[in-house]
Ligand binder design. Structure first.
Ligand code: TYD
Length: 201
């Protein structure tokens, strides 16, 4: 049986990465193999593209194309083979991030993202997307006290407002796939929400 494809999304500082070890354990407790991966990245070439994407200034469409180039490699070499052998795939970000950051944040037309998505993914879509949502002030405050910021993390509160709105818009457009997790509560409560969602799979 084909595995399930789960993606994690949210603004920088929304806290999604904190939950990855727990989600892996919850899936493993069902007795299935799970692989944990990330975008941009997930392959040797993809990680090289990530280093460029997170550090170099570039045209927004170049950024979009490189995101999808990394994604093509990731799907072909990691995601599809795993799903085909029945493993579950947990990806820290996927295409919703391109809609949020490159289209919502940078203004690349949604039509261009839609056509690249169709080209690179065919029919592949996540079975479940957890959107970790926090108010922009919270994410900006968390980032200010975090490690050295990358190119995206140095962006303004206005940029993050665009990102958050674009993500919430994606969730509204795809209610069957998305679960919005309120990350602006005690970590223990966020963990309970996540556990409840994963247990329904
Ligand atoms: P992130 O997932 O936050 O990793 P870390 O927790 O290690 O900082 O960083 C990835 C960055 O890449 C994030 O700022 C969002 C950005 N990104 C896009 O702009 N578009 C995309 O399609 C993807 C996958 C990520």
């Amino acid at each position: 049986m084909r595995g399930k494809f789960i993606t994690l999304e949210g603004m920088d500082g929304a806290g999604k990465s904190t939950h990855i070890p727990d989600i892996i354990k919850l899936i493993e407790s069902k007795g299935v193999e799970v692989i944990s991966t990330r975008e941009p990245g997930g392959t040797v070439l993809g990680e090289q593209l990530r280093a460029l994407l997170l550090n170099e200034a570039m045209h927004p469409e170049t950024e979009t194309l490189l995101m999808f180039a990394a994604r093509r490699e990731h799907i072909a070499n990691v995601i599809e083979p795993a799903l085909a052998r029945g493993a579950w795939v947990l990806s820290d970000r996927f295409t919703d991030a391109t809609y949020a950051y490159q289209s919502g944040g940078r203004g690349v037309s949604a039509e261009k993202v839609i056509s690249l998505e169709a080209w690179v993914q065919g029919n592949l879509q996540p079975d479940l997307t957890l959107l970790f949502d926090v108010p922009v002030e919270v994410s900006v405050a968390r980032l200010a006290s975090a490690r050295t910021p990358d190119k995206f993390e140095r962006e303004s509160a206005e940029f993050f407002t665009l990102i958050r709105n674009a993500y919430l818009d994606r969730a509204n457009k795809h209610p069957n796939r998305f679960r919005v997790v309120n990350s602006n509560q005690a970590l223990s409560d966020v963990k309970i929400e996540v556990k409840n969602i994963i247990s329904t799979l």
